[in-house]
Structure formats: structure tokens, C-alpha cells
Design a protein around this ligand. Structure first.
Ligand SMILES: Cc1ncc(C[n+]2csc(CCOP(=O)(O)OP(=O)(O)O)c2C)c(N)n1
Ligand SMILES: [Mg+2]
Length: 351
């Protein structure tokens, strides 16, 4: 408990307002990207609507100054917490040169930032999961190297702080469809054996493109599989940012203290088609989508903030205005930003 409380950023009211502001910003960015795509200005949109609460909940439970992030492709809200800006997101979306993920080389939602320890997503679903386990193994190895050199008296003059014993944690997100891949099973098994400082988070939105969960697996909860690897599996309401935050804090703390992995399954819903190339009317009814709107985190958390008197009509209008300005600034910046130059196009291509 001690380590996690050191990482508690702020009081609960500020935390809740931060969560709402970030979820709102992610949603408005999502809407802007969808509109730009429909205007022929971005070739590929990957909506995050419905996944925002999970992203803010987990990212606020981590330490972006030290931890490593292998996000799910719909984690815009987590990236905003982590330090990726709306301008970065729009430049990545439009494939412009200032895109921090790949300088305009990769298609949208292939997040990555060396500076912020976000490692590059693969187009091959779940390809990043073994990478995340490798990073967690390195974090554990590095700490044991520090510990053994201290044991030999190398650092005898240095103060020993509790932070020295804490591991940097790797957060690894993926979808329900991706969870069916061999990479994920092998990664979880390996991480369990070596008690690696990693949290696996399956963002279960019930579909892998058009394939519903019941056609992907015969279990109700992906989290139930954790027992087969030998670590805890937890199901959480991924539409409730506070529930995700609490659950993530416990898992992060467990990882940080060297107790090993946790598998969190966040039950979410994807409100828009899989991508801008998908037509979801072919595999789910409009009534299904409307029914799921009752769980929309923007709606339910907003109502909670009104009840708690943390938000009112005036402050909400001000927040919408600020968020709207941020989105418009990002869109204008990215639309005017330079394209990747022809000379630089083949930089980083090795063969
Ligand atoms: C190995 C592999 N198979 C198929 C695809 C095509 N594909 C891209 S996203 C996707 C669905 C992923 O579903 P899920 O993991 O549940 O994440 P979601 O997009 O629903 O959030 C598929 C099948 C791929 N990119 N890689
Ligand atoms: Mg899915």
C-alpha cells in the first residue's frame, strides 16, 4: 500500500475532474478525426469512443515518469494522461512529419514514443504483447543487477530509498480478439514463471471487428484464464473510470513490489464501427448500440459529477469550450503541418 500511495497524484475531487476532462477531450478528438476522415482528410480512423474510462483509469494509476506503456490501439485517453498531446494525435492521424509515433510513416493508432517509453504497436494484433513482457523482464533484471552490486558493497555510501526496491511497471493493453492469439498465452505464461512486473489488460468490447465474443472463445470472461497461468484475473467495469483506477492501482502495486502479473479484463463497448473502413450495421443492430449508450462513461460519469456538485451547467460549458479550443488548435496545427519529405521517406528502412 505504501508504494502506491506515494504515487497517488491528487485528491479525489481533482482526480475525478481530471478523469472527466480527459475522457471528454478523447471523445471530442475522436469525433473530429471521424469528421476529418469523412471529409477525405485522414485515410484511416480507429475510434476510441467507449474505451475512454478504461484509458484514464489505468493511466492515472501508473507513473508516466518511470513506467512503460504498451497501449491498446483505442487508448487515446491513456495517451493524453501519459503526455501525448492533441497536436501529436492529430499529426499521427494525418500522417504529418511532426507525428511523434513514426514521423508520418505508420497508419493511425500505431502509437509509440521513445521519449515517453511507449513502445511501437504492431499491425499484427497482439504482436506487442511479447515485447511488453521483454521490457518487464529487463526491468526486473536491471533491478536485480542494482541489488546485487549493492550487495557487493559498490553503493555502500549511498542512501537506500524505498523507491530503489520498486520496479518499473509495464502496462500491456490488447483487445478480446487479440487475447485469442498464441502470443498472449505464451507471454502470460512466461511472465508468470518469472513474476514479471507487468499488468495485462484486455479491453473487451465484445467484438474482433465483426466477430462476436461467443465466436472467439467459449468462456465468458477472459480474466478467468489467468488462473491457468497462476496469477490473479479480475473483471472490472471498463466504463467506470474510478473502478478501473482502483483495480489498476492494486495490480500496479503488486507488480511494483515484485509479486508478478495480473490480468485485468475491462468490459467496454465500442460505439462506432471498428475503423472507418468498417460497416457495423452488417453485424449489430442500431438498437444494440443505442442500448449500450446507457453505459456510456461520458454520460454516467458526467451525471455522477453533477450529483457530487463537482460540475454544473456553467463549469461544464466552460470545460466544453476549453476542450473544443484544444481540438480545433490541434486540427489546425496538424492540417498545416508539413508532410514527411520525400528524402526522409526511406529513413529507417533497412532493406
Ligand atoms: C494477426 C492479425 N489478424 C488479423 C488482423 C486484422 N485485425 C485488425 S484489428 C482486428 C480485431 C481486433 O479485435 P480486438 O483485439 O478485440 O480489439 P478491438 O479492435 O476490438 O478493440 C483484426 C482481426 C490483424 N491486424 N492481425
Ligand atoms: Mg474487441
Amino acid at each position: 500500500m505504501e508504494l502506491a500511495s506515494q504515487l497517488l497524484p491528487i485528491d479525489i475531487e481533482t482526480l475525478e475532474l481530471d478523469m472527466y476532462r480527459t475522457m471528454l477531450l478523447a471523445r471530442r478528438l475522436d469525433e473530429r478525426m471521424w469528421a476529418l476522415n469523412r471529409q477525405g482528410k485522414g485515410h484511416f480512423a480507429v475510434p476510441c469512443a467507449g474505451h475512454e474510462a478504461t484509458g484514464v483509469g489505468y493511466a492515472l494509476a501508473l507513473d508516466p515518469a518511470h513506467d512503460h506503456l504498451a497501449p491498446h490501439h483505442r487508448d487515446v485517453s491513456a495517451l493524453l494522461v501519459w503526455g501525448i498531446t492533441p497536436r501529436d494525435i492529430l499529426c499521427h492521424f494525418l500522417g504529418k512529419a511532426p507525428d511523434p509515433a513514426s514521423g508520418g510513416r505508420q497508419m493511425y493508432a500505431h502509437w509509440g514514443s521513445r521519449r515517453l517509453r511507449i513502445f511501437s504497436l504492431s499491425s499484427v494484433m497482439a504482436g506487442h504483447v511479447p515485447h511488453a513482457v521483454g521490457v518487464a523482464l529487463a526491468a526486473k533484471y536491471r533491478r536485480s543487477s542494482i541489488a546485487s552490486s549493492r550487495g557487493k558493497g559498490d553503493n555502500s555510501s549511498e542512501e537506500h530509498s524505498p523507491r530503489d526496491d520498486a520496479l518499473t511497471v509495464t502496462w500491456c493493453g490488447f483487445g478480446d480478439g487479440s487475447s485469442s492469439k498464441g502470443d498472449v498465452h505464451e507471454s502470460m505464461n512466461f511472465a508468470a514463471i518469472h513474476k514479471l512486473p507487468i499488468v495485462f489488460c484486455c479491453e473487451n468490447n465484445g467484438y474482433a471487428i465483426s466477430v462476436p465474443q461467443k465466436m472467439q472463445m467459449a468462456v465468458e470472461n477472459v480474466a478467468d484464464r489467468a488462473a491457468g497461468y497462476g496469477f490473479p484475473g479480475v473483471v472490472v467495469d471498463g466504463m467506470n473510470p474510478l473502478a478501473v483506477y482502483e483495480c489498476a492501482r492494486l495490480a500496479v502495486e503488486r507488480a511494483r513490489c515484485g509479486e508478478g502479473p495480473t490480468l485485468i479484463e475491462a468490459k467496454v463497448y465500442r460505439y462506432l464501427p471498428h475503423t472507418s473502413n468498417d460497416d457495423d450495421t452488417r453485424y449489430r443492430t442500431r438498437q444494440d448500440v443505442e442500448h449500450a449508450r446507457a453505459r456510456d462513461p461520458l454520460k454516467t460519469f458526467r451525471a455522477q459529477l453533477y450529483t457530487e456538485q463537482l460540475l454544473n451547467a456553467g463549469s461544464e460549458a466552460q470545460l466544453e469550450r476549453q476542450v473544443g479550443e484544444q481540438v480545433e488548435d490541434a486540427a489546425a496545427y496538424a492540417l498545416a503541418a508539413p508532410e514527411l519529405s520525400a528524402e526522409d521517406t526511406f529513413k529507417y528502412v533497412y532493406g
